[in-house]
Structures are given as structure tokens and as C-alpha cells.
Design a protein around this ligand. Structure first.
Ligand code: PLP
Length: 389
């Protein structure tokens, strides 16, 4: 058996996406900026992808959506541009974020702090949640940007971005949301959310790795991160990655079409898996189920080292899971969200994240339930700490 339950780290590329991309490698390979027919032949594919992305997040024609190389780039770009455009040249110097953002956001804020910017990192409660009230209370006269993810990568907890945006805009503060774990899992509507900037990444919704996008609301001007040949209206220079842009367009359209399946069939499978795993003694799941993306479970299993469990699931049973974000998985660090919610020291290393996708089957879930229980039993039997509990 080979079972993939690490879809928050990355997803399998949908075969239909691969097919849509193929012609753009060796047949329609022109540079879109070239005036000759080879260049022009790429335009319909690019136009289609742009339409697919705009429509998937309900952007309007005057908004900008700029393709990037990944969401790490989108996050870096928007945060550093706010710093360059509004903080260095203005009189406000404060940004609000949370303790549980992805490293591509947190590390960028750490860099800004080294440059003298004041950053508030809001803590999360026991449910891994940040209230709009907490955000409101953190606002000062100097706040220029609020930057909070739409859904958390570890827990799937969904943050109240619409409410936060309403509060922010009353005070003239811009809002950025990292929607990487939300797009393709829950409906994402930029007009309804009201956000000024939104980051996304194709490989989280069955598109290729190496392509993401940044949404910028109409009438907001930000500095480019890359200067060069003036592609993408001068906002992001560099020859367009046509096959990947086409792939992202196809992937996001398919992901939005699959939302009903994810939110019914896959949600039911996730709930079954969660219910069964919670029958194991001394376990808890972070986040209220109704306020999480439909595919994610972050479970803590007392007395079982997450890394050991991961090894057991993978090497003995062929089940791929995770203990923390993939970028940090070589560090053997405690799960950042369990630390942030204030879990006791002995629990911080016990987190296992299981994340399903639209391709997960009922048989895979049944097998995982059986093997997970078997693994916990075995690891607890050899754990010196669990016996003492
Ligand atoms: N933001 C969140 C919430 C993520 O989960 C990830 C990837 O795990 C990223 C940003 C970075 O995305 P990318 O791999 O496209 O750089």
C-alpha cells in the first residue's frame, strides 16, 4: 500500500493539468513577448489561464493577478513592497500578523524587524484561532498592514479574514492574506473577503510546483520585486513560464469544480478518520471541526513522538503524513502550532498532520485507521514516558 495523506505539503498534479500543459513545452514554446507567430501562438493559452484564475477567486477585471514562482515569492514580495513603499517613505511603522503564519511570512517579518519595523505577532487560542477582536485591539496609530493567513497549514483552522478586513479598512489599514491552504479547499472570493492582497500556490491544488500568484486589488500600486523586461505590466519581470501558467489556470478551475466533492465526500472521510483516531485514549485534535478546511487533521497522541510515528507509518505501512510544515521537517522541532497554542512540553512533539485530497479513497482511510491504531499501540508500549502518564 502507498497512501498519500500529506496534501497540505503538496498534491499530485491532476492528469488533466498535465495534458493541458504538454503542448506548451515543445509545440507552443514561443516567448509570449515576441511579436512573431511563435510568440502570438501562446497568447490564447495565457489568456485562458488568466481568466480561469480571475474567475476562481472572483477578482474583477481591474484587479491585478500576477503570476509568481511560488507563494513564498508572493508573500515576500507583498511584505517587502509594503515596507519599501509605505513604511520607508511614510510615517507609519507597524504590522500585525500571527504566531502561526507560514515561515515564508514569519521569516520575512523577522527580516523587517531587523530593519526597524515594529511587528505584532498575535498568539492563537487553544483552538488555534485568532479573533477579529484580538486583531482590533492590536491596531495602533502606526499600523499600516495586517497580514493573516486564511487557513492554517497545520490545523486547517480558518481565520475570520472578512471581519478583520472590515475593521482594518475602517482605519485605512491594508490587509494581506496568505490563502495558500484555502484556495481549492474552501470557496475563496476576494470581493467578499475584501482583502487588498492574497497569495496562492498551484501545487497545493493539484497544479505544478514552481508557480503561484499574487492578487492585488484595483487601484493599489506596489513596487516590483524583480526589475527587468517589464513583463506582467512591469510588476514582475522575467519571461512568462507559459506551461506552468496554463497548468495553474487548469488546476484552479478543476479545484473550484471539485469543491462540492471535497466539502461532502472528502469531509465525511476526514470526519470518519478523525472520529476513529480520537477513540484512541489521550489524543486531541486542534481546532473546531466546523471551522477547519475539510481535508485536515492535526492530532496529538500523548506518549508518541511525532517523528517516530511518521517513520512507523511510512516505513512499515506506506502511509505518508507530516509532523510540521515540510520546510521545517528536517529540524526535528516541536510542531509550531502546538507550541503556539501553549500545549504542555511533553505534547509539543506529539503532533501528526493528516491531510486528504479529492483523490483520497474510503479504503485508504480504513487502512489508515487500522494501521494508525496499531502504530500507536506499538510505540506506546516501548515509550518510557507514556507508562508514567
Ligand atoms: N503559505 C502557506 C500557508 C503554505 O502552506 C505554504 C507551503 O507549505 C506556503 C505559503 C509556501 O508555498 P510555496 O511552496 O508555493 O512557496
Amino acid at each position: 500500500m502507498k497512501i498519500y495523506l500529506d496534501n497540505n505539503a503538496t498534491t499530485k498534479v491532476d492528469e488533466r493539468v498535465v495534458e493541458a500543459m504538454k503542448p506548451y513545452f515543445s509545440k507552443l514554446y514561443g516567448n509570449p513577448n515576441s511579436l512573431h507567430q511563435f510568440g502570438r501562438e501562446t497568447h490564447p493559452g495565457i489568456k485562458k489561464a488568466i481568466d480561469q484564475v480571475y474567475s476562481a477567486i472572483n477578482a474583477n477585471d481591474n484587479d491585478d493577478i500576477i503570476f509568481t514562482s511560488c507563494a513564498t515569492e508572493s508573500n515576500n514580495w507583498i511584505i517587502k513592497s509594503v515596507w519599501l513603499d509605505l513604511i520607508k517613505n511614510g510615517n507609519k511603522n507597524h504590522i500585525i500578523t500571527t504566531e502561526v503564519e507560514h515561515p515564508s511570512v514569519l521569516s520575512t517579518y523577522k527580516f523587517l524587524e531587523s530593519q526597524g519595523v515594529k511587528v505584532t505577532y498575535l498568539p492563537v487560542n487553544r483552538e488555534g484561532f485568532v479573533t477579529a477582536e484580538a486583531v482590533k485591539n492590536a491596531i495602533t496609530e502606526e499600523t499600516v498592514l495586517i497580514s493573516i493567513m486564511l487557513a492554517n497549514n497545520e490545523t486547517g483552522v480558518i481565520f475570520p479574514i472578512k471581519e478583520i478586513t472590515e475593521i482594518a479598512h475602517e482605519k485605512g489599514i491594508l490587509v494581506h492574506t496568505d490563502a495558500v491552504q484555502a484556495v481549492g479547499k474552501i470557496p475563496v472570493d476576494v470581493q467578499d473577503l475584501g482583502v487588498d492582497f492574497l497569495s496562492m500556490s498551484a501545487h497545493k491544488f493539484h497544479g505544478p510546483k514552481g508557480i503561484g500568484a499574487l492578487f492585488i486589488k484595483e487601484n493599489i500600486k506596489i513596487s516590483p520585486l524583480f526589475h527587468g523586461g517589464s513583463q506582467m505590466g512591469g510588476l514582475r519581470s522575467g519571461t512568462l513560464n507559459v506551461p506552468y501558467i496554463v497548468g495553474m489556470g487548469e488546476a484552479i478551475e478543476l479545484a473550484v469544480k471539485s469543491l462540492p466533492k471535497l466539502n461532502s465526500e472528502i469531509r465525511k472521510l476526514r470526519d470518519k478518520l478523525e472520529d476513529e483516531l480520537l477513540k484512541i485514549s489521550d489524543t486531541f485534535v486542534v481546532g473546531k471541526r466546523e471551522n477547519r478546511t475539510p481535508n485536515t487533521i492535526l492530532i496529538s497522541v500523548r506518549g508518541v513522538e511525532g517523528e517516530g510515528m511518521l517513520w512507523d507509518l511510512d516505513r512499515r505501512f506506506g502511509i505518508a503524513a507530516a509532523t510540521g510544515s515540510a520546510c521545517a521537517s528536517e529540524d526535528l522541532e516541536a510542531n509550531p502550532v502546538l507550541e503556539a497554542i501553549g500545549a504542555e512540553e511533553d505534547l509539543a512533539h506529539t503532533a501528526i498532520r493528516l491531510s486528504l485530497s479529492r483523490f483520497t479513497t474510503a479504503d485508504e482511510v480504513d487502512y489508515t485507521i487500522e494501521k494508525f491504531k496499531e502504530s500507536v499501540e506499538r510505540l506506546r508500549a516501548i515509550s518510557s514516558s507514556y507508562a508514567k502518564v
